[in-house]
Write a protein that binds this ligand. Structure first.
Ligand SMILES: Nc1ncnc2c1ncn2[C@@H]1O[C@H](COP(=O)(O)OP(=O)(O)O)[C@@H](O)[C@H]1O
Ligand SMILES: [Mg+2]
Length: 248
């Protein structure tokens, strides 16, 4: 579904992405782990198109997107939930969702009568809020006043509004308490199979519960890809994590 070939990104002398060839299979949850500074966020930026690659190629479902803009990639089915919030703080939660649904609806709603179009958009926004387990008591609340964990769910919902085939998540659990982490883990779990997910996450409990496969990045290089069991048993991975929280 998503494939990189010998992808390279340099920051001056630093090779943040060092000839990475990564393959995401359709419908899998693929976790990307690695010590701080390994290049995980950089790789997400290259995939989403918010940073250009210096060399190599990216294919989405067989179609090359290496030189496409972030916007074109979203239209092609690649969506990213941002670490930095892209919520409109002064709008209500529901209006945020409505706006997102509307902006991605495009031609599928164009020929509808105005009233039925509004109903369809409202239904889609409601479904999205329910799918992301956003408490209906919060729908009319101003998004900027939500607790951190609830804002994350809204961000997640905004990414899903694009109906992506591939969803890129960069540390969705960062800053969350244990209850919120568990709820978000269940939410991601519930999406297994319906889309392809690349999950960058430090919470190893969440990673090992969710991932069908795991790739390990160290100093910009992919050192291993495998099932959770294979990664757990991999000597190179254990070595790379020496002195840091071990992944297993
Ligand atoms: N915009 C940038 N300019 C220069 N160096 C950067 C930039 N972004 C990231 N880096 C460097 O690239 C390396 C990888 O960073 P990053 O992708 O954020 O790692 P991770 O997400 O795995 O913690 C780090 O050494 C970081 O300091
Ligand atoms: Mg990062």
């Amino acid at each position: 579904m998503l494939r990189t070939h010998q992808l390279v990104k340099r920051f001056g002398a630093l090779v943040a992405t060092d000839h990475v060839s990564l393959e995401l299979r359709a419908g899998e949850i693929h976790a990307l782990i690695g010590p701080n500074g390994a290049g995980k966020s950089t790789l997400i930026h290259l995939l989403s198109g918010t940073m250009p690659a210096d060399a190599g190629a990216i294919h989405l479902d067989g179609h090359e997107v290496t030189r496409e803009t972030a916007h074109q990639r979203v239209a092609a089915g690649l969506s990213r939930s941002y670490q930095i919030t892209n919520i409109f703080n002064t709008l209500t939660v529901f209006d945020n969702l409505l706006l997102a649904v509307q902006s991605h609806a495009g031609s599928s709603f164009r020929f509808w009568q105005a009233r039925s179009r509004d109903v369809a958009l409202t239904d889609a926004a409601r479904e999205l809020a329910q799918a992301c387990a956003i408490d209906s008591g919060l729908w009319q609340q101003t998004a900027g006043t939500l607790p951190h964990g609830e804002q994350r769910k809204v961000e997640f919902a905004l990414a899903l509004a694009a109906q992506p085939r591939v969803l890129l998540l960069d540390e969705p659990m960062a800053g969350m308490g244990p209850d919120e982490t568990l709820r978000l883990t269940e939410l991601i779990e519930s999406m297994r199979g319906s889309m392809t997910i690349l999950l960058v996450e430090h919470d190893m409990q969440a990673v090992f519960r969710l991932a069908d496969r795991i790739s390990v990045l160290v100093y910009g290089r992919l050192i291993a890809t495998g099932t959770p069991e294979e990664i757990r048993a991999n000597a190179d991975v254990r070595q790379a994590y020496l002195g840091e929280e071990a992944p297993c």
